[in-house]
Structures are given as C-alpha cells and as structure tokens.
Design a binder for this molecule. Structure first.
Ligand code: ADP
Ligand code: GN1
Ligand code: MG
Length: 356
C-alpha cells in the first residue's frame, strides 16, 4: 500500500489493520478507492479534487448536513438509512476530511456493498429505477433549507456562461487544437441561442429553483444487481439550487444514450426512446405532484440543453489541454464531445417523440 494512503487511513482508523486498497468506480473528478479492513469492513476513500472544489470545508458541510437530513427522511419512510444514503466518517479529530502535508484533501464514506454502478444502461429497469430515485431525492429534499448550502462550483449549470468559456477557449486556442475540432465548434455555434432558453425562463420566474443533485448520471446511482432497483444516490459534491430540467436532462444524456460517453464511433450514438420513456416514468412518479406544468413541458429542453452543455464542457477542456476531466487516452475529451453532439443531433430528429 502507498505510504501516503497508509498515513491518511491512520487519521481515520488509527491502529486498524487495512487488508486492501484499490481504485474504484469510473468518476471523472475525484480519485476513488475501495478499502477493506481486517475485520471485513469496507470503505470508500476519496482524494477530493481541490483544483475544482476550492472550499472543501463548505463542500463537506453540505454532504454531512444533506445526508443527515436524508437519513431522517428515509427512516420516516420506513427505508434503511444506512443503505439509502451515504455516511461520511470523521477523522480522529472529528473533521469530515483530512488535509495532508501537500494540501491534498481526503474523505471516507461507508462503502455500500452488493451494488452495481453502470457506465451504460443495460435495460429499461435501470433507467426507471434511477428516475424514480432522483425524483424521490428531489421530493425528500423539497423542504431542506437550501439557503444554508455552500455553492461548491459557482455557475455550474449556467449554460450561457459555459458557452462564453468555450468561445474564449476557441479564441485563445492555447494547445492549437481548434482546427481539429472545427466541425464541433460550428455545430455548437449554430445552437448558441438554445443555451439560453432555460436560464431565461428562470430569470423570468417561469421556472422555480429547486434543490437539485446536478450530476445525475447513471453511475452516480448504485443499483441492486438482481432487481436493478436503486439502492443509493452518491456523488453529492454539486448539490445546489438548480433547475429540475437539468437533473432530468443529465440522466437522459448519459443513461438513454445507446453508446458510452466516450464512444469513438459516433454512428453508435443515439437516443433510445424506450430508455428515455422509462426514465420519464420513474422520474415523474418519484417527483409526485410537485412539478409545475412548465417544468414538465421543459423536461425535453433540459435533456437537449445539458447534452449540448456537456459537449461544450468536454470541448472546452480538450481545447484547454485536458485539465478538468480525468482522461486515459489522447483525444478522449474530443470523443466525449462528439458523442454529446451526435446525441443532440439525434434528439433534434426525435424531438416530437420526446414530448412528455
Ligand atoms: P467522482 O466525483 O469522481 O465521480 P464519485 O463520488 O461519483 O466521484 O465516486 C466515483 C464512483 O465510486 C461512483 O460513481 C460510484 O460508482 C462509487 N461510489 C462512490 N461512493 C460510494 C459509496 N459510498 N459506496 C459504494 N460506491 C461508491
Ligand atoms: C463529472 O464526477 P462525475 O464523473 O460523476 C462532472 C459532471 C459531468 C460528468 C460527465 C463536478 O461527473 O458535471 O456531467 O463528469 N462533475 C463535475 O461525465 O464537474
Ligand atoms: Mg461521480
């Protein structure tokens, strides 16, 4: 075991014998490890990405307060709070993260066991279940005091600002990559006006701000491997006030795509209407009567806007030299961008059928 990781674990479990530590999951932001102790207890150890999350104190305060609140809600509903949400473990000093000598920030969660985390939907059940889980999540947090939350990434789903950052990256072209993405740049520019639809509706007061998860991709919902029922939603780093359409849309972008997010062959990319409808059904059931008619009407806009936004974000990172998302091969962010744009194009073809 890496000496640094051993030192970190000592801050959480002094004297405990650790039998294994290994990389876990396929998140693009933090470094995630599964840890097992000699007593058979399993944990998730994460090195938080402090380039992206500047206020770890505030971030962990959000996580601890929201998970405490959810535990109470889940217990009230007769569920099992220890499997139904994450539990962060404090250090011996009672803090929910440990800062090492180099400034690296580490946290530990109980590991939720006997679950799967999918990078691509295997069936409609998975989409229905994750829709239901995210709909319920929003309902469970409906009365949470949203003003007490720290904004962990300002303007996270402000699509017009994402567009501006993209134009700046094209103009600067610091890595001389813009020429290799000329088609993608043109595709995005043609849809500039669409980046503003939802934020304009919010400004006009036609859409309400809710407490949203903001990173609703399928691999952030742990599922039962046999029934595909949702067990637990994870990745609370971006819980902030936001629009329902974005939470809905991000789940569609990832889970109703017939290809993986970084598929190099874009002919494999399409929106599966059956997966889409399965998610709609689950999400609507989970939200109950809460959604306004305008929120329901704009769910498909959310799917298209966030897919475009994600294409913009991947392309911006490619143009800036792959500094934000973790990559494992050259050109991966450009491939990720291309899958998003191919999906946007397919949503345009299927627009009438996407109506909710
Ligand atoms: P990132 O921000 O890098 O995506 P996540 O917090 O989403 O990091 O963690 C990465 C992956 O690890 C998740 O997609 C999920 O599969 C798994 N994971 C995270 N937390 C837990 C947990 N408490 N129990 C089991 N698996 C987890
Ligand atoms: C990141 O952390 P992860 O891998 O669950 C990103 C999301 C993107 C997603 C694209 C904090 O999610 O916004 O939609 O990658 N998270 C952050 O796969 O930027
Ligand atoms: Mg994640």
């Amino acid at each position: 075991m890496d000496a640094g990781i051993r030192e970190v674990l000592q801050k959480f479990f002094p004297g405990e014998e650790i039998v294994s530590v290994g990389p876990h999951g396929s998140g693009h932001i933090n470094h995630t490890f599964a840890v097992e102790t000699a007593g058979g207890q399993k944990y998730i150890l994460q090195k938080i990405n402090t380039e992206i999350f500047k206020d770890v104190e505030g971030l962990m305060e959000n996580v601890v307060n929201v998970t405490d609140y959810l535990r109470r809600q889940i217990a009230k509903e007769g569920g099992n709070p220890e499997r139904g949400t994450m539990r962060a473990i404090p250090t011996v000093d009672g803090k929910y993260y440990y800062k090492d000598a180099e400034g690296g920030c580490w946290r530990i969660y109980m590991l939720i066991d006997n679950v799967i985390s999918l990078d691509q939907a295997e069936n409609e059940e998975a989409l229905y279940a994750s829709g239901l889980a995210f709909g319920r999540f929003q309902a469970q947090l409906a009365d949470y005091p949203a003003q007490t939350l720290h904004e962990t990434i300002p303007d996270f789903h402000n699509t017009p600002k994402r567009y501006q950052a993209f134009e700046k990256a094209v103009e600067e072209d610091c890595c001389h990559r813009a020429a290799s993405a000329a088609e993608e740049i043109a595709f995005i520019r043609m849809r500039k006006a669409e980046t503003e639809i939802l934020t304009d509706l919010l400004k006009k007061g036609e859409l309400p701000l809710r407490l949203t998860h903001n990173d609703t991709k399928l691999n952030n919902v742990l599922l039962d491997p046999k029934t595909y029922e949702a067990v637990c939603i994870v990745d609370f780093d971006t819980i902030m006030p936001g629009l329902t359409a974005y939470d809905f849309g991000d789940a569609i972008r990832f889970g109703a795509n017939t290809a993986v997010e970084d598929e190099p062959d874009t002919s494999r990319v399409s929106l599966s209407l059956s997966l889409y409808r399965a998610y709609v059904k689950g999400f609507m059931e989970g939200c109950g009567e809460r959604l306004t008619p305008k929120e329901i009407e704009t769910l498909p806009v959310g799917a298209k806007t966030i897919t475009l936004e994600q294409g913009i974000r991947f392309l911006t990172d490619y143009l800036q030299g792959d500094t934000y998302y973790q990559t494992s091969r050259e050109g991966q962010n450009l491939d990720r961008c291309r899958t998003q744009l191919a999906l946007v194009a397919d949503m345009e073809r299927k627009w009438e059928q996407m109506r909710v």
